[in-house]
Design a binder for this molecule. Structure first.
Ligand code: TRP
Length: 348
């Protein structure tokens, strides 16, 4: 019998996962301009893990085409998302940063998992229902099976933790169900991952309607602050933020607008709600909104400078992508070949 030797890690990279660290995976779609919601809820926290975990962060361009994209825009946003990861403090020497379509194993495992995901399960996904309502003229099969591709993203890497916003919880639950189902039929193959939902800032709401999540696809430009907005725009948007008819800067359950602004201010300054209430004691909403705008602009300024520097160095970004996908492919193919063998495909 012929047995193929397992390929070793790629020779070009400096990356090597340590055996005794847990594995983290997360993905961000390169669709729409990233907002402070994406930043505070996800990307900013990613940097906290890089010393203590083995981390993979993926730009999920294959998920992005489940809604129609302009090709040139998609390419630009893919570079931008990677540049934003790095400008937010993710060191490409310590994290595996890569683009989903560069690692064919995602599509390959995605197909296999499609065959282990039930029509009924996919029909219950709230993101599918929301997106089909928004794109009634393009409810394609990819939009429907989006969660099994997401399961493939995660399960390929034997991931322990998946940092995501609360809106992705249902997809992570489904990923766990798929993993357990496969493991039960074929013996242990996949690690069953857990969601990791950061405590503060996991959900930043719209400035125009603070009962809804801040969404990069919102048509109202005043609803979200983009990571690349300039200082004046940021301050103007916060000045216009919808609040309530009270005047005291104090958190209360029904004060969605103020709660949201306090969360944003707290994330950027590290101050607690009590500290914020004391700081603005005797001052009105106007002062507070200006302070939130300034804190946000100050915090984003160095990130923006680094982002523009990286975007002017495409060759470097391409090197990062290439090294990232080489290492990711090496890890992913180990899982994929196990899966192929277990389901009964003949080894090449
Ligand atoms: N569905 C996620 C979102 O819309 C993006 C995503 C795709 C993802 N694959 C993933 C997140 C794997 C975490 C892990 O935000």
């Amino acid at each position: 019998m012929r047995r193929k030797a397992e390929a070793g890690p790629p020779a070009n990279g400096t990356m090597e996962f340590s055996k005794d660290k847990k594995i983290i995976f997360s993905g961000v779609q390169p669709s729409g301009n990233l907002t402070i919601g994406n930043y505070l809820g996800a990307i900013k926290n990613f940097g906290l893990f890089q010393e203590t975990y083995n981390c993979l962060y993926c730009v999920v361009d294959m998920h992005a085409i489940t809604v129609r994209q302009d090709p040139a825009e998609l390419r630009r946003r893919t570079y931008e998302t990677l540049a934003l990861y790095m400008a937010s403090g993710l060191d490409p020497e310590k994290n595996v940063l890569f683009v989903q379509s560069h690692v064919p194993a995602h599509a390959q495992l995605g197909w296999v998992l499609d065959c282990f995901t039930m029509f009924g399960e996919l029909s219950r996904m709230t993101q599918f229902k929301d997106k089909s309502a928004k794109n009634a003229q393009n409810i394609n099969a990819g939009l429907f099976t989006y969660p099994s591709l997401m399961a493939a993203d995660i399960l390929l890497y034997q991931v322990d933790l998946v940092p995501v916003g609360i809106d992705q919880m249902q997809h992570i639950e489904l990923t766990r169900d798929i993993a357990n189902r496969f493991n039960q039929i074929y013996s242990d193959t996949f690690k069953v991952p857990e969601a990791y939902i950061p405590k503060t800032g996991m959900k930043i709401n719209s400035l125009a309607d603070p009962t809804k999540k801040m969404s990069k696809s919102d048509e109202n430009q005043n609803a979200c602050v983009y990571l690349l907005d300039d200082r004046d725009t940021i301050i103007r948007k916060f000045k216009r933020a919808v609040t309530d008819s009270d005047t005291v800067v104090k958190s209360a359950p029904e004060k969605d607008g103020i709660n949201n602004l306090m969360t944003i201010y707290s994330c950027f300054t590290g101050k607690t709600f009590e500290e914020i209430e004391r700081e603005f004691d005797g001052r009105g909403y106007g002062d507070f909104k200006l302070a939130v705008g300034e804190a946000c602009a100050d915090a984003l300024s160095p990130l923006q400078t680094e982002f523009h520097r990286l975007m002017n160095d495409k060759a470097y970004l391409e090197t990062v992508m290439k090294n990232g996908s080489d290492y990711a492919s090496y890890l992913a193919n180990k899982t994929l070949s196990k899966v192929y063998r277990k389901v009964g495909f003949i080894a090449k």
